[in-house]
Design a binder for this molecule. Sequence first.
Ligand code: FES
Length: 158
Amino acid sequence: MSEKKTMSRRNFLGIAWGGSIALVFGQAAVALLKFIEPVSAGGFGGSIYAGKVEEFAINSINRILAGRFFISRTEDGIIAMWQKCTHLGCAVPWVEEEGQFHCPCHGSLYNEVGEVTGGPAPRPLDTFPVTIKSGEVWVDTSQPTERSGFDPSQLTDA
Ligand code: FES
């Protein structure tokens, strides 16, 4: 009789323990999915309105916080680059005084079109497709593109 009670208690504790572990992993899985899941239009992972073309001066870099990317406008066009460092993923700021992107984590350096000029980064900043409609700059953040270098074909006419 008492053995049966011990087994029941053991079973109960086993179920409670298993349920707790399942709950923890379930919450972690939901958090991970929310992190990597593309967001609908208007947020990172979707199509982002960056601004009017004329708001981006030639030879300027503008950060678009909602999209986690930078718009770089050169004399030849516009390129959108993900802020994520290609070394280990830190957010890379544009440092105006230096005239370059300078990763605070391990010192990778990128020029105005995202080419690596120093540090451990293995490749240029990833890009997002840019579309200009009626003078408005839209960036599709659903699919970053890796590249091995910069080519003028990566620029969108503006
Ligand atoms: S994460 Fe940017 S240099 Fe390491």
